[in-house]
Structures are given as structure tokens and as C-alpha cells.
Write a protein that binds this ligand. Structure first.
Ligand SMILES: NC(=O)C1=CN([C@@H]2O[C@H](COP(=O)(O)OP(=O)(O)OC[C@H]3O[C@@H](n4cnc5c(N)ncnc54)[C@H](OP(=O)(O)O)[C@@H]3O)[C@@H](O)[C@H]2O)[C@@H](O)CC1
Ligand SMILES: [K+]
Length: 462
């Protein structure tokens, strides 16, 4: 599990080092890492360092000082001012200063641009001259290595703003929200997280890794039977949308449910012809999946209430999200996309997309359920306010039916005994990992059929 830290948390940790170990040279360590990665990314050719007025620029200048003895280095002081000691060191080492026109003109001969304009102190957006330079880097297809974050981004936010588009970003101590939240994360390229000796504490935002999914996967043991592995009752689909029923059953079966019962309104013959192991009708179960493909069914509220009355942990998807019963929904997992979450909270889809963490947290706090907010980045918020980001996957999974499969996967995991937040994290992550290992335009059901092999590989890698 990777901790994701805010700019304030990093600054506090930095201050702690300054207060307790004044001799430690954090900027020197940061600069050494930048120079090392610059050489690894492009071992030869001219490096142009775009330098801002603060300590981010200082990192760039001390990196320039390390690079200049063995390769040509140009400096552009993008806002006129620069860290004095850093500038002196870079110039002493042989780096050459250029002006704005010279910087853009030299791009054609550069193998690497180091973007050290702004970092944690970045106000969103770029001054016009820097924006022109960042656009020129893209036009010339020059590799950009950003220091800490692509200048122009807000370290704590998902918005892309006007910013550099980096091929590589070197950050310190831990990723910040902008490195993992889309669309900002797409500006960062490959992320290199470097330990510079900051002691950082766990916060309430983190990102799951493949190893977590492997560790948490409910692998059956010698004593397991279909009941102990978990029976999931799937009430999804309708006469209008029978496909949703097949997709959520596919998700639950391929995630390893001990048994799947189907109680929805899609024709049972259709379910049986595709999945003969599914049992039609009600019975003992450990969890239920509700809502995918219901459409505007007339008795949604009573079908959701049924799960509450039976104290059955539920995955609540799609249309069922608008019929949540009163009271705390402890142990439940809600799986809205941004539009659905907006409707639940009484705000717009655009607001949820701009403030995904806050919105997911608010819904979890308000309902008592865990909330899996689906999208390019998938967030699982708990009523406590803690948010875990699922393992990221390729954009191939962004298509109709993926959410129905995911609801079924999460239902199987909930039935196996995982707490709701973990079922959401593991479910969303396994779908992403499967898509990463099988890139291409596979349909959601095709992809779910490849999941068992990926689960077997993952859990045998332990
Ligand atoms: N914390 C750590 O552990 C370590 C931190 N280190 C490094 O320090 C970096 C943080 O340094 P920092 O605090 O000096 O802020 P930084 O990002 O350089 O920018 C501030 C300057 O930029 C200006 N400015 C900002 N946005 C602007 C805009 N849109 N348009 C125009 N101007 C804008 C801003 O102007 P102002 O807002 O004051 O008007 C101010 O002058 C951090 O990212 C990391 O690289 C490492 O060395 C070691 C360990
Ligand atoms: K930067």
C-alpha cells in the first residue's frame, strides 16, 4: 500500500528534519536523484533546465551542477529570479544561461528538458512565457523530466490545469494526489518516488498495489466448501436489460464465489444457458448484488429494503442507488459512477469529477456504507474518511458492462467475508490488473473470463 501525501504533510515532514537534523541537505539529496534519473532517461546530449524562483528551481540548479561536468547543460531562469547558491553552483560547474528565445530555439538540439519551474509551491497554471515554452516542448517532442511535479499542476488536486506534460516525474518521499488522480496523473508520465530521508506518517489517502490484492485475495483452503467460500445472491438485470444479469453473474463466478443464486427479473433460461452452475431462486447467502440493469423497475425500494431487513451485506449499483433505505448501511458497498454519485449528493457530475475525494467521502460519511466511485481513477471511501485508490488499469475497460461485472466481483468478495471497503478495493483492482495483463478491446465478459488465470498467477506469486 502506498501512502499518498498532501503538500502540507510533506512540508511538515521537511520542517521536522530542519528542526531536528539541521545538517541534513534535503535539496542536495533531491538534486542528486534528479541528476541520476536524468542520466538514466537520456544518457547523452544537451540538457536544458527550466528554473523557477523557489526551491523547486533550486533542485533543478543543483542537478544541473551535477550534470554539467559530463554533458552540456543550459539554464533558463523562467521567472528571472533563482535560488542563489544553486545558480552559483550550476554556473561554476559549466552550465550556460540562455534567455526565453534561446531556450525555445535550443529545444531542437536538446535530448532532455528538466522542468524545475514550480513544485509544491505551484499555484495552478503557468505564466504566459512558461506556457509557451511548455507547449514548444510538446511540439518538438522533447523528453521532459519534471522535478516533484509537472509545473502548473496543483500538488493536491486532480485537475490537469495548464502544465508541463512530463515523460518522467521525480518526486520525493511519497506520491502526492496529482501523481495518482486522473486527469492530472496523465501529465506526470512515469513516476519515480525517491526517499530523501523524510519521516512521513500515514494519512487518510493511499493507493493499493498488486501485492495487496494478492495478499487479500480469499484463497480457498482444504477445509473450504461452497458455503464457507461465500454464497452471493445476484438480483440484477431486467427484461429490458437481461445482459446486465449475465455480466454480474460472470463477475461473481469468475471471482470465485462458492455459489451464485440468481433472483433477478431476467429470464432464468438465459442465465442457465450461459452459467449452468447458477442456482435460480432465493436461499441462504452471505451477500447480495443489487441494481445493475434494473432500469426504472417499480419496486426498487422494497428490493433494497429486503437486504437490510435480512442484514445481508449488499453491493448497491446503478438504479438501486436511488432507493437506499434509511439508516446506516454498515457493511454495504455502493458503486456509483460520477453521474450517479452527483444525483445521490444533489450536485452535478462535473462537481464530482472535480472533487472526487470529497464527494466519495461525503457519501460514505452520510450513508455509513463504503463507496466505490468508478471512473478513470477508482476511489473507495470509508465512513471514517479514509480513501484507498484501486490499482490503476488501462482505459480499455472504460466501456458499457464493465460496472455490471465489477458489481458481481465485489459481491463475491463481500460474500467471502472481506469488509466492504476491501471488497471494493480488491474488486476494482483485479479488474484493472486483468485488463493490464490482457490489453486490447476485450468485452467486459471476455475480460472477466480471463480473471481466474490472473488471480491464480497473482496469488501464486506470493
Ligand atoms: N518539501 C521537501 O521536502 C523538499 C522540497 N524540495 C523542493 O522544494 C519545492 C518547494 O519549494 P517552494 O516552497 O519554494 O515552492 P516552489 O514550488 O519552488 O514555487 C514557489 C515559487 O514559485 C512561484 N510560483 C508558483 N506558482 C506560480 C505560478 N503559477 N506563476 C508564477 N509563479 C509561481 C511562487 O511565487 P509566489 O506564489 O510566492 O508569488 C514562488 O516564488 C518542492 O517542490 C521540491 O522540489 C526539495 O528541495 C527538498 C525537499
Ligand atoms: K516542476
Amino acid at each position: 500500500m502506498r501512502q499518498i501525501l498532501s503538500a502540507k504533510q510533506i512540508r511538515d515532514a521537511e520542517q521536522h528534519v530542519f528542526d531536528t537534523q539541521p545538517d541534513v541537505d534535503l535539496m542536495g539529496r533531491a538534486a542528486a536523484a534528479v541528476a541520476r534519473i536524468a542520466d538514466a532517461v537520456t544518457p547523452e546530449g544537451t540538457v536544458l533546465v527550466a528554473v523557477g524562483p523557489g526551491y523547486n528551481g533550486g533542485d533543478g540548479l543543483f542537478a544541473a551542477a551535477r550534470l554539467a561536468p559530463h554533458r552540456p547543460v543550459l539554464l533558463w531562469l523562467a521567472m528571472g529570479k533563482a535560488h542563489e547558491a544553486g545558480l552559483e553552483a550550476a554556473v561554476r560547474a559549466g552550465a550556460q544561461e540562455v534567455d526565453a528565445v534561446g531556450a525555445i530555439g535550443s529545444l531542437v538540439d536538446c535530448s532532455l528538458v528538466i522542468d524545475a519551474v514550480t513544485g509544491l509551491g505551484s499555484r495552478p497554471g503557468l505564466p504566459a512565457q512558461v506556457a509557451t515554452f511548455a507547449a514548444a516542448c510538446e511540439d518538438e517532442h522533447v523528453t521532459v523530466l519534471s522535478v516533484d511535479l509537472p509545473s502548473g499542476l496543483d500538488a493536491d488536486a486532480a485537475e490537469p490545469h495548464e502544465s508541463f506534460r512530463a515523460a518522467h516525474t521525480v518526486t520525493f518521499a511519497a506520491p502526492k494526489p496529482c501523481h495518482v488522480l486522473q486527469p492530472a496523473a496523465s501529465r506526470c508520465g512515469r513516476l519515480h518516488v525517491v526517499d530523501i530521508g523524510l519521516d512521513v506518517e500515514a494519512g487518510n489517502l493511499r493507493q493499493a498495489e498488486e501485492s495487496d490484492v494478492a495478499r487479500w485475495w480469499p484463497v480457498p483452503h482444504e477445509g473450504s466448501d461452497k458455503y464457507s467460500r461465500g454464497v452471493v445472491t445476484v438480483d440484477t438485470g431486467s427484461e429490458t436489460y437481461p445482459g446486465a444479469a449475465l455480466l454480474s453473474c460472470a463477475g461473481a463466478l469468475h471471482a470465485g464465489a462458492g455459489m451464485v443464486r440468481y433472483t433477478g427479473r431476467a429470464p432464468s433460461g438465459l442465465i442457465m444457458s450461459r452459467f449452468p452452475s447458477v442456482v435460480i431462486g432465493d436461499g441462504r447467502s452471505e451477500a447480495t448484488v443489487l441494481g445493475s440493469g434494473w432500469g426504472d423497475t417499480d419496486n426498487a425500494a422494497s428490493r433494497v429494503e429486503w437486504a437490510k431487513l435480512h442484514r445481508l451485506p449488499a453491493v448497491v449499483d446503478a438504479d438501486a442507488l436511488y432507493s437506499l433505505p434509511n439508516g446506516r448501511l454498515e457493511g454495504w458497498l455502493l458503486t456509483p459512477h460520477a453521474g450517479e454519485l452527483g444525483r445521490i449528493l444533489g450536485c452535478t457530475r462535473a462537481h464530482v469529477e472535480a472533487q472526487p475525494l470529497e464527494c466519495a467521502r461525503e457519501a460514505a460519511r452520510h450513508t455509513g456504507a463504503s463507496v466505490l466511485l468508478k471512473g478513470a481513477t477508482q476511489y473507495i471511501a470509508e465512513p471514517s474518511g479514509r480513501v484507498t485508490i484501486a490499482v490503476a488499469g488501462p482505459a480499455w475497460t472504460a466501456r458499457a458492462g464493465s460496472g455490471d461485472v465489477l458489481a458481481g466481483i465485489c459481491g463475491a468478495l463481500l460474500a467471502s467475508g472481506l469488509p466492504a471497503w476491501k471488497a471494493g478495493v480488491v474488486g476494482a483492482s483485479i479488474q484493472a490488473i486483468t485488463a493490464t495483463r490482457h490489453p486490447g478491446p476485450y468485452t467486459p465478459d471476455d475480460l472477466s473470463a480471463r480473471m481466474p488465470q490472473v488471480i491464480a498467477e497473482l496469488t501464486s506469486e506470493l
